[in-house]
Design a protein around this ligand. Structure first.
Ligand code: AMP
Length: 405
C-alpha cells in the first residue's frame, strides 16, 4: 500500500515522498481516511509509530480542501502537546509536510519571550502548535483568538493529564467553537483519558496500533541486576565495553541527571544532561549535540525527554526504573522507532524489585536478566523501602509542575 491511495493531494504527497517515506505506517493507514471523513478520532499510539504524520497529513489535506476565510488569517487548527520539545517537533512536521501548501504555522510554548510569539500571531497563522500554559497566557493577553478553530488535536493526551494540564485543557476547550473536529492521541488509556475523551469526542472512530500498553516489539529489552552503589560503574562499563555510540539515559531526578553526566564526562564519555532546570537554549543545544553525535550520552529526566525524536536512536538506558510503569513504555519507545532496531537496558537494584514486577505486569512479559561479570549483586544487601507510586511528583501540586517540563 502506498500513500497515493489515502486521499492526499499532490503537494502533500510530494512532501511525503521527499521525506523518504514509501509506505504509510499502520496508524497512518488507519487514521488518515478517518480524519479526512471529518470524524472525531480516539487513537492509541505511542511515539515511534508515525502518529505525527498520521494526524498532520490529513489535517493539511482538510485545510487545503476548505476555502480559507476571507480577510486576515485565522487559527483554523490547534495542536496541543504536553512539552515544548514535542511542540517543536510537531511544528517541524507541519512545516515539512506542508511545505508545498500556502499555510502558516507557529509553535507556542513557555520559557521563552512572549513578544515574538505575539508578533507572529498578529500577522495571522493557520495552524498553532502549543503547550497549554502559554497558549492561555496569549489568549488572556488578547493576542490569540481561538474562536475559528476547525480541528483540535490533543497529542500525548495521557502525558498532558499526568502533568496536571486538565484544568488548562478545559479552559481551552471553552474557547473553541462548539462545532469542530477533535482528535485525541494517547499512548495509554487510563480512566482519566476515557473520561476526557467521553466529554470531548463525538462518536469517535477508535484506532489502536500495537497492543494497549504493550512495549514496542522492535525493542530488545534487558535487565541488568546490580547493586545501587555500583550502577555508575556498570553503566560506564556497558558503554565502554559495547562501544555504544549514542545512548539516552533516564534518571529519576534532575540532580541525578547532572551528577551522572558529570561522572561520565570524567571518564571521557562525552555526556550532557537535560531537565526542567536547564534553560530552553541549553536544552536545545544539548539535544542538537546529541543528535549530531558531538555528545555521546544524553542524561534526561522523564518529562524533559518527552517528545525527543531521534531517528535510529540505538540505546536507551534506565539508570533507575520509573515509579510509574507506563513511563517505562514511554522511555523505551525512544528507541526502535519506525522499523529500526533498538535496545533498552535497565539497571535494577534490589530496591526496585517491585517496580520491575509492575512493569512486567503491564507489558505482560517477563524480561530477561543478565548479570554482568564482576557486577553480581551482593546477596547480603537488603532492599530499602521503594518510593511509593504517586510520590514521584514530590508531593507538589500538579499545576505547579507545568513550567518544569
Ligand atoms: P512519530 O511516531 O510521529 O514520533 O514518528 C516516529 C518516526 O517515524 C519519525 O522519525 C518519522 O519521521 C518517522 N516516520 C513517520 N512516518 C513514516 C513512514 N511512513 N515511513 C517511515 N518513517 C516514518
Amino acid at each position: 500500500m502506498s500513500f497515493t491511495t489515502l486521499g492526499l493531494s499532490a503537494p502533500i504527497l510530494k512532501a511525503v515522498q521527499e521525506s523518504g517515506y514509501t509506505e504509510p505506517t499502520p496508524i497512518q493507514k488507519q487514521a488518515i481516511p478517518v480524519v479526512l471523513e471529518k470524524r472525531d478520532l480516539l487513537a492509541g499510539a505511542q511515539t515511534g509509530t508515525g502518529k505525527t504524520a498520521g494526524f498532520t497529513l490529513p489535517l493539511l489535506e482538510l485545510l487545503s480542501q476548505q476555502k480559507p476565510p476571507k480577510g486576515k488569517k485565522r487559527v483554523r487548527a490547534l495542536i496541543l502537546t504536553p512539552t515544548r520539545e514535542l511542540a517543536a517537533q510537531v511544528g517541524e512536521s507541519v512545516r515539512t509536510y506542508g511545505k508545498y501548501l500556502p499555510f502558516t504555522s507557529t509553535v507556542i510554548f513557555g520559557g521563552v519571550g512572549i513578544n515574538p510569539q505575539k508578533n507572529i500571531l498578529k500577522k495571522g497563522v493557520d495552524i498553532v502548535i502549543a503547550t497549554p500554559g502559554r497558549l492561555l497566557d496569549l489568549v488572556g493577553q488578547k493576542a490569540l483568538d481561538l474562536s475559528h478553530v476547525e480541528t483540535l488535536i490533543l497529542d500525548e493526551a495521557d502525558r498532558m493529564l499526568d502533568m496536571g494540564f486538565i484544568h488548562d485543557i478545559k479552559k481551552i476547550l471553552a474557547l473553541l467553537p462548539k462545532k469542530r473536529q477533535n482528535l485525541l492521541f494517547s499512548a495509554t488509556f487510563s480512566k482519566e483519558i476515557k473520561k476526557l475523551s467521553d466529554g470531548l469526542l463525538h462518536h469517535p472512530a477508535l484506532i489502536e496500533v500495537a497492543r494497549q500498553n504493550s512495549a514496542s516489539e522492535q525493542v530488545e529489552q534487558m535487565i541488568y541486576p546490580v547493586d545501587k552503589s555500583r550502577k555508575r560503574e556498570l553503566i560506564i562499563h556497558l558503554i565502554k565495553s559495547n562501544d555504544w555510540k549514542q545512548v539516552l539515559i533516564f534518571t529519576r531526578t534532575k540532580h541525578g541527571a547532572n551528577k551522572l553526566s558529570e561522572q561520565l564526562n570524567k571518564q571521557n564519555i562525552h555526556a550532557a544532561a537535560i531537565h526542567g532546570n536547564k534553560s530552553q537554549g541549553a536544552r536545545t543545544k544539548a539535544l542538537a549535540d546529541f543528535k549530531s553525535g558531538a555528545v555521546r550520552v544524553l542524561v534526561a529526566t522523564d518529562i524533559a525527554a518527552r517528545g525527543i525524536d531521534i531517528d535510529q536512536l540505538p540505546h536507551v538506558v534506565n539508570f533507575e526504573l520509573p515509579n510509574v510503569p507506563e513511563d517505562y513504555v514511554h522511555r523505551i519507545g525512544r528507541t526502535g522507532r519506525a522499523g529500526h532496531e533498538g535496545e533498552a537496558a535497565s539497571l535494577v537494584s534490589i530496591d526496585e524489585a517491585d517496580l520491575l514486577k509492575n512493569i512486567e505486569k503491564l507489558i505482560k512479559r517477563k524480561l530477561p536478566r543478565t548479570i554482568v561479570e564482576g557486577f553480581k549483586p551482593d546477596p547480603t544487601i537488603k532492599a530499602e523501602k521503594a518510593p511509593a507510586r504517586g510520590q514521584r511528583r514530590g508531593g507538589q501540586r500538579p499545576q505547579r509542575r507545568r513550567q518544569r517540563a
